[in-house]
Design a protein around this ligand. Structure first.
Ligand SMILES: O=P(O)(O)O[C@@H]1[C@@H](OP(=O)(O)O)[C@H](OP(=O)(O)O)[C@H](O)[C@H](OP(=O)(O)O)[C@H]1OP(=O)(O)O
Ligand SMILES: Nc1ncnc2c1ncn2[C@@H]1O[C@H](COP(=O)(O)OP(=O)(O)OP(=O)(O)O)[C@@H](O)[C@H]1O
Ligand SMILES: [Zn+2]
Length: 448
């Protein structure tokens, strides 16, 4: 970290998007140090909002959890710590080719105040109501802009990228899953959560997408998943053309795709997909499906998601042992039911730490996103950083590169929240299923 970005630099950064915890700005200036980069700025909750917690450096128990990562001991700065966790935990697990942990850059308060003013009107209202830039940050994370092709100037390269938030891609098998929640073994978490989200007004229609299709390894099911994501993108699917959003929700979710949205997207694709029959969207969705299938990145992600092999119904007991608290999960059970979890409570501290660490790593892998960036293949392009996919119907070949984003490790004190949310999702879904209220109808719009 050298120079500090000041108020005079603010105009070079534009709003790119945001999630629950961070705002992302893209660089539009001419400084070689920042060209092709985005900036990830931590948010802080607005008073009265419960949604985003302000982040403290690691707690005593978290230091125990991540004690194998030597580099953490040297740092007490929270921004540096979160980068180090991505670099030393998630990056080796997912594969270094897919992850840029980024670097910390100093910023002044005036810089943060100025950028916030510049883009406030572009942020979704529900995000503005809950959080704003954390003005106490003195550094931010600078990382590659994965929506642009690496090592290429934007003028020279036409580039289209797709962002997918795939969520959990497997059905749990853990023997610690209770009889009451056994439905988890046959219905995906995403599908059950959709029902609760609809009821709570967080979404206006059920998604057609099922992560089990995307992670299936079958070309046909991957194609179905990509079409379903296009039909109901919510916060799971976005497309960028040369870094500008052309499909999906900026900073949040998006409504189901209607005729007008589909037409606007089809028109935007014309500069990058050459389809004689005029069906560029079809070709694009094929391109995305083929690259997902060919890259193998989701197979790797699934392996990491499956580090959660005990389910939260197992891991929660280890959490209470690590934090030396009375086990709230066992408190609700009869003596006979408790027996099932006795082996967890008699495990060594090392074993409990391993269980919870694996659970938290898997939680990150279930919540991260991937960006696949494409450029039409041209003679002379280096192929060392990318793979290729051919679209027979347009006779075009594309270079593509896959990257994972949003790999922050979840805080240890979220374990209770995970346990309660899981119960809530499953019990609501069960109630709806019992009342025959689980809706599954497709939106009116059919993908071309
Ligand atoms: O719990 P989930 O599965 O709803 O995931 C949350 C996401 O909701 P989603 O269902 O993907 O819309 C949620 O995403 P949105 O804010 O809904 O875009 C966050 O990613 C949240 O993580 P964190 O609090 O930022 O660390 C995510 O929380 P955790 O992954 O920590 O549970
Ligand atoms: N390296 C990157 N390159 C290009 N775009 C990015 C990059 N990182 C983030 N983005 C964009 O910014 C958005 C928000 O970023 P991110 O997912 O990191 O936020 P978050 O607050 O951590 O999300 P969540 O709500 O899932 O916790 C992404 O959905 C993506 O569109
Ligand atoms: Zn217990």
């Amino acid at each position: 970290m050298e120079s500090t970005l000041g108020i005079e630099d603010a105009a070079d950064w534009v709003y790119r998007g945001e999630g629950a915890e961070n705002i992302i700005l893209a660089y539009t200036g001419f400084s070689p140090a920042y060209i092709g980069k985005v900036m990830r700025i931590r948010k802080a909750p607005k008073s009265g909002s419960q949604v985003v917690k302000s982040h403290t450096p690691l707690t005593e128990h978290e230091r125990l959890l991540w004690k194998d990562v030597d580099e953490l001991i040297l740092s007490s700065d929270k921004e540096a710590l979160r980068k180090l966790l991505v670099q030393h935990v998630m990056k080796p697990l997912l594969g270094p080719q897919y992850v840029d942990a980024g670097m910390n850059v100093l910023v002044s308060r005036e810089f943060l105040e100025s950028v916030e003013k510049n883009f406030i009107c572009q942020r979704p209202a529900f995000r503005v109501d809950t959080a704003q830039i954390d003005m106490c940050s003195d550094s931010v994370l600078l990382m590659s802009d994965h929506s642009l092709f690496p090592n290429g100037s934007p003028e020279a390269n036409l580039c289209i990228s797709v962002e997918i938030k795939p969520k959990c891609g497997f059905l749990p098998l853990s023997r610690f899953i209770s009889d009451e929640t056994a439905i988890k073994k046959s219905v995906s978490r995403f599908k059950m959560h959709q029902t609760l989200k609809l009821h709570q007004g967080e979404i206006s229609e059920l998604s057609q997408y099922d992560p089990l299709d995307l992670f299936s390894g079958s070309k046909e099911r991957i194609q179905k998943a990509i079409k379903d994501l296009f039909t109901t993108p919510q916060n799971n699917f976005r497309v960028f053309l040369n870094g500008s959003l052309i499909f999906g929700g900026l900073g949040g979710g998006a409504p189901a795709t209607n005729f007008q949205i589909a037409k606007t997207f089809e028109d935007a694709l014309k500069s990058v997909i050459q389809a004689e029959d005029g069906l560029c969207t079809d070709k694009f969705l094929y391109l995305v499906s083929e690259s997902v299938h060919k890259s193998g990145a989701l197979d790797q992600l699934l392996k990491i998601q499956k580090l959660d092999n005990l389910d939260v119904e197992g891991a929660i007991h280890a959490y209470y042992d690590i934090t030396s608290q009375q086990c709230m999960a066992c408190r609700e059970l009869s003596e006979q039911q408790k027996n099932k979890y006795a082996s967890l409570h008699s495990a060594s501290l090392e074993e409990s730490l391993r269980i919870v660490k694996d659970y938290l790593i898997a939680a990150t892998a279930k919540d991260c996103s991937l960006i696949i960036c494409f450029r039409p293949r041209k003679e002379g392009y280096s192929t060392s950083v990318c793979d290729q996919v051919h679209v027979p119907s347009t006779k075009q070949t594309y270079d593509f590169k896959v990257s994972f984003i949003d790999l922050d490790l979840k805080p240890l004190d979220k374990m209770e929240y995970f346990y309660k949310l899981d119960k809530k999702i499953v019990s609501f879904y069960r109630r709806m299923a019992e009342m025959n209220q689980v809706r599954d109808e497709a939106p009116n719009f059919a993908v071309m």
